[in-house]
Design a protein around this ligand. Structure first.
Ligand code: ATP
Ligand code: MG
Ligand code: FE
Length: 332
């Protein structure tokens, strides 16, 4: 099976071609980060316009890179949600136009299913599998007992992990996106401040990051009032330590409770060096294999959409030309 994947849910315009859900033939990503930087975050209207401008070029480049002819492509997978509605619409409509013009099956894909399936481009899945999803809009623990079946066992009750990174980065006057900036600073800092860890109820696999965020604001504010300037490196290191502590502890506990054969991590925050090494160290103490995708497959791309779409395609799932953007689509 060869699928063409399209992803435009946020601020990257991406097209990829993937064979059998595992082999990347082309993976082209046009990022808009520079256009959103001066606003300190993604501006939906600007994102949509960029997608419209970029999509045909990105598509052409993916086809060229892969050396694939249309005859060889079995279907078109596209992110139908969740995401920014105006951004999603560009990808969905491009996919529908191509499906119609080239007479190919169309498959709508959940963006987070894509993030999960980015891991399968590296290694075959073994079930039951536990996925820790940490991205700009999601923080979830998902249990999978078979392909395409997702059981939510925990999720954030307020901010997503990536959102917390971006907000704290903004307080520290670091450029957007803040996650990678904090990651870099944290390596230079000391864990000098004891920020809270939100464990929630004893058996809960849910997360909460808004208390931590408030604690960071208050700490910076109180220090200023006392005429003291805290080192940004130390704030970053201490904030990151709290996030990583909770994510790692809950993931290890869930992996043991559900007796999984594999743990995977997904989403933009999975690119975090501190998180990657903490998870590696903790899972090394268990007999459960941990899979960590390469950095370029953690953040938004279309190879992951084609990979997730391949499973749906092989299970016989198809979308009609009435497919629409679904900004708050749930993972089921
Ligand atoms: P979602 O996938 O939930 O719809 P999204 O697509 O915007 O949201 P991703 O592209 O998966 O999110 O990830 C972007 C997020 O990852 C941003 O919040 C960014 O700050 C964060 N991020 C990227 N690299 C790192 C890093 N090294 N450390 C921490 N956070 C990071
Ligand atoms: Mg993005
Ligand atoms: Fe994403």
């Amino acid at each position: 099976t060869i699928l063409l994947g399209i992803e435009t849910s946020c601020d990257e315009t991406a097209v990829a071609i993937v064979k059998n859900g595992r082999e990347i033939l082309a993976n082209v990503v046009a990022s808009q980060i520079d256009s959103h930087k001066r606003f300190g975050g993604v501006v939906p209207e600007i994102a949509s316009r960029h997608h419209v401008e970029q999509i045909t070029y990105v598509l052409e480049e993916a086809l060229q890179q892969s050396n694939t002819v249309w005859e060889a492509i079995d279907g078109i997978a596209v992110t139908e949600g969740p995401g920014l509605v105006g951004a999603l619409l560009v990808g969905v409509n491009a996919a529908k136009a191509l499906a119609f013009a080239k007479q190919k099956p169309l498959i709508g894909v959940h963006h987070i299913a894509g993030h999960i399936y980015a891991n399968r481009l590296e290694k075959e899945f073994e079930f039951p599998l536990l996925a820790l999803i940490v991205s700009g809009g999601h923080t979830e623990l998902v249990l999978m007992k078979s392909h395409g079946a997702y059981e939510l066992i925990g999720e954030t009750r307020d901010d997503a992990a990536g959102e917390a990174y971006d907000k704290v980065a903004r307080m520290l006057q670091l450029p957007y996106p803040g996650g990678p900036q904090i990651d870099r600073l944290a390596e230079l800092g000391e864990e000098a401040i004891d920020f809270p860890r939100a464990w929630l109820e004893q058996n809960s696999y849910d997360f909460s990051f808004s208390g931590l965020k408030s604690s960071v604001i208050n700490t910076i504010h109180n220090a200023k009032q006392r005429g003291k300037e805290l080192r940004k490196e130390d704030i970053a290191a201490s904030f990151q330590a709290s996030v990583i502590d909770v994510l790692t502890t809950k993931t290890v506990r869930a992996a043991k409770e559900f007796d999984v054969k594999q743990v995977i991590i997904a989403g933009g925050v999975a690119a975090n060096r501190g998180l990657r090494s903490a998870l590696e160290a903790e899972f090394a103490k268990t007999s459960i294999p941990l899979l960590i995708p390469p950095l370029n497959l953690c953040t938004d791309n279309a190879a992951m959409i084609a990979a997730a779409g391949t499973i749906a395609f092989e299970q016989g799932r198809r979308s009609g030309l009435e497919l629409n953007a679904r900004p708050s689509l749930l993972l089921k």
